[in-house]
Design a protein around this ligand. Sequence first.
Ligand code: HEC
Ligand code: HEC
Length: 256
Amino acid sequence: MKKLIITHCFTSALLLLLTSAYAQTPKSGYDYLLPEMKEMQDDDFGNPGMMAVDAGEIQFSTTGKNGRSCASCHGDGASKLDTKHIARYPVYSTELKKPVTLRGQILICQNERIGGTPMKYASQEALQLEAFVRRLALGETIDVDVSGDMSPYYDAGKKLFRTRWGQVDIACHQCHVYHAGRTFRGQILTQGQSNGFPGYRYTAGKVVGTHERITGCLNNLRAEPYPIGSDEYINFEVNMNARGNGLKIDTPGIRY
Ligand code: HEC
Ligand code: HEC
């Protein structure tokens, strides 16, 4: 009996040691940037991602088909939006019975309240509106609640993050958890956090959101990417944003 207890204690301690070695403290992609990239991000005039934010701001106050603009309901410059709440997305929608992302909520408002030609999840307009809205929450602490109704989506996202993808046959967490901080093809691997998105991808020369960024990695792994806005990407986003709980929103980040 005594021996059994000792063995048990030993294995639990070993397990704890092993898991804690990989239990990451969230670290922003910003912290891995070269000093000159950090400088570029911090300078509103030098940060190319701000072009998307500015374009989103113009759209926000543009009157649409129903004679309203986003600003008609949410105030000039979105003054009535609660930035703490923006940092909680994705949130569970009791109406849709699934999580709704920030871009998803913007599309609901656009398509049901502003009207006109339906705006697509993958459109530049939706991305720019998301960039503008998320930028309002710059510096807010990410705080996604994944309890209750959200928990199955968090788990599904976690499973996706641990799936081995494509011909390369590597899982996201193998690079972004186990090898974070190491160099991979001349780039420093980060934790694959989403707090800087929508952000400017230096290597692609354009602003991308979280879903587009995941597509980038899936393409590199020679796996078939999911459609932007798909349930799979929403699950990914639930898990990724929650993994980053405690980080500060950094939109538009400058990233690799
Ligand atoms: C007719 C009023 C109205 C208009 C116009 C409108 N919204 Fe909304 N918006 C709402 C309401 C009401 C909610 C609360 C959630 C819901 O009922 O969908 C909301 C929620 C939001 C949220 C989430 C806020 C939070 O705290 O969770 C964002 C972001 C948002 N809207 C952005 C936009 C954008 C961007 C536009 C323009 C494309 C827009 N809204 C146009 C009424 C409006
Ligand atoms: C072979 C290694 C590898 C795998 C596997 C991988 N990635 Fe990446 N990923 C990278 C590299 C390299 C970058 C650019 C540098 C960085 O941010 O790590 C990157 C960047 C990212 C970023 C941007 C992070 C930031 O702050 O800019 C996200 C998000 C991301 N990956 C998500 C994923 C997801 C989701 C998967 C699984 C579908 C995945 N990655 C699989 C190598 C990988």
